[in-house]
Write a protein that binds this ligand. Sequence first.
Ligand SMILES: [Zn+2]
Length: 348
Amino acid sequence: MKTTLIKVGLDAIYFSGGHIAMRPFCRGIGAILTMHHVVPRKEARFAPNNILEITPEFLVRVIKMVRRKGYDIVSLDEAHRRITAPDAQKPFVCLTFDDGYRDNLEIAYPILRRNDAPFAIYVATSYPDRVGELWWLALEEIISKCDYIGVLMAGDQQHFSSRTLAEKQEVWDKLYWWLRNLPQKEQRQVIRDLCARYDVDLVAMCEKMIMSWDEIHKLAFDPLVTIGAHTVNHFALAKLSEADARAEMVTSAEIISSYIGERPKHFSFPYGDPGSAGPRDFEIAKDAGFLTAVTTRKGVVHKEYADHMTALPRISLNGNYQSLRYLDVFLGGTAFSLKNRMRHLDIA
Ligand SMILES: [Zn+2]
């Protein structure tokens, strides 16, 4: 329902031509796109994480469309240069992928290479180290295969029926957001307990879904590719102490550096919403030496971000909105400017 309403709103902006009239004011100097998986569309009925998946065909269409609209597809280094020293160049688009999924190498990379399109992959190091929890994928697998789920919530054993698709969706909404809001270490303990109880192998999940260090190392050799950091444990940094948040950022950069021989200059905040990354964390990222850091706050990049390079907004290519029309509206920036009451910065 919510998705439908948003689509109607985007269509209204598109067909009214509002995005064209306001474009000179709202478009900014570029945009950074967020992606996760690039995979053929699955037919599974219960697939709540498919918002994180775009198809290879859509990726090709995005590359062609942004170039047709006059954007340069550039690396994060070049985006950094253009934001901090704006000149009268064409607007830019950066293509970024979070987490380090193997489909980025096997499916997205050949497409990006063929189209000579620079891109970045942000790696959370516990995943290629095979000790991390891909907890949102584990939760999907548990709900998908179980008809009945028991969870200890705040000391109480709760039971959920998850037989029908509607029930599975309901349990997902409840458990996903409950887990998202738990203290980070407790969240992982709950997931580990659930995985043990319902026979989901977190190590095997990392091995299957995430590139190995060897694969990341090979990719890093290609000048088209930027490897960025994405913490060690994929924690929402705003929920950690300052010391822990700093350690997550610095340690992930050091681990990546030990594998690819170069310290990453770019960082992506896990989850990236205001509750997961705030002003304190933007400062730590700057202090830790990153040239840029990206959030998932929605927006295009305006020149005012030159003073806030570790709080950059992005536009998410959401699996539920695989339409060039929506991307065109988003790139125009009008929707974000209206939401932010015509302010160009969203950094509070
Ligand atoms: Zn992530």
